[in-house]
Ligand binder design. Structure first.
Ligand code: ATP
Length: 145
């Protein structure tokens, strides 16, 4: 078995009273997920935070700033008969700009969803859990989820 560590973002934008959240459909496994990528895969010594910002930009076209870290999630999967335990460090992030039609091919679809539709669109249980934590950790006076 081996371990993998990734970082990514739960990105929101606020327009009037409406909060939208950025979700992606993975081009290989077709699950609906938050954008993320392996830490230190492209740039040696890259921090979790820098990885999250870079991966969000590459996979969704969005620029976003980190608001706060979220509790890490873990899951297991098998790749070429090897069991892999993956830990993902997501950050709550606020959209600052960028064109979400200009993303790389790792995602086949990138979509802004109203906050109340996120849970049912997400494919994986661990992602639903961190989404719930994101909602609870956010100050309800600032963000009306
Ligand atoms: P990364 O984006 O971190 O570089 P990746 O795109 O190469 O990773 P993953 O998204 O980790 O790969 O997908 C690897 C396997 O794990 C796939 O079979 C996928 O279906 C599964 N998987 C992805 N996310 C989760 C999750 N949150 N919970 C359980 N299984 C998941």
């Amino acid at each position: 078995m081996r371990f993998e560590f990734s970082a990514g973002g739960i990105i929101y934008k606020k327009e009037g009273n409406q909060i939208s959240v950025l979700l992606c459909q993975h081009a290989q496994h077709h699950g609906w997920v938050f954008p993320k990528g392996l830490i230190g895969d492209n740039i040696e010594g890259e921090s979790k935070e820098a990885t999250a910002i870079r991966e969000v930009k590459e996979e969704t076209g969005a620029q976003a700033k980190i608001i706060r870290p979220l509790p890490p999630i873990t899951y297991w999967y098998v790749w070429e008969k090897e069991k892999i335990k993956k830990t993902v460090y997501y950050f709550l992030m606020e959209y600052t700009g960028g064109d979400t039609t200009k993303h790389d091919t790792e995602m086949e679809d990138v979509e802004w969803l109203p906050a109340n539709e996120v849970e049912k669109r997400l494919t994986y249980k661990a992602d639903k859990k961190v989404w719930q934590q994101a909602i609870m950790l956010v100050n309800p006076k600032r963000f009306d989820f």
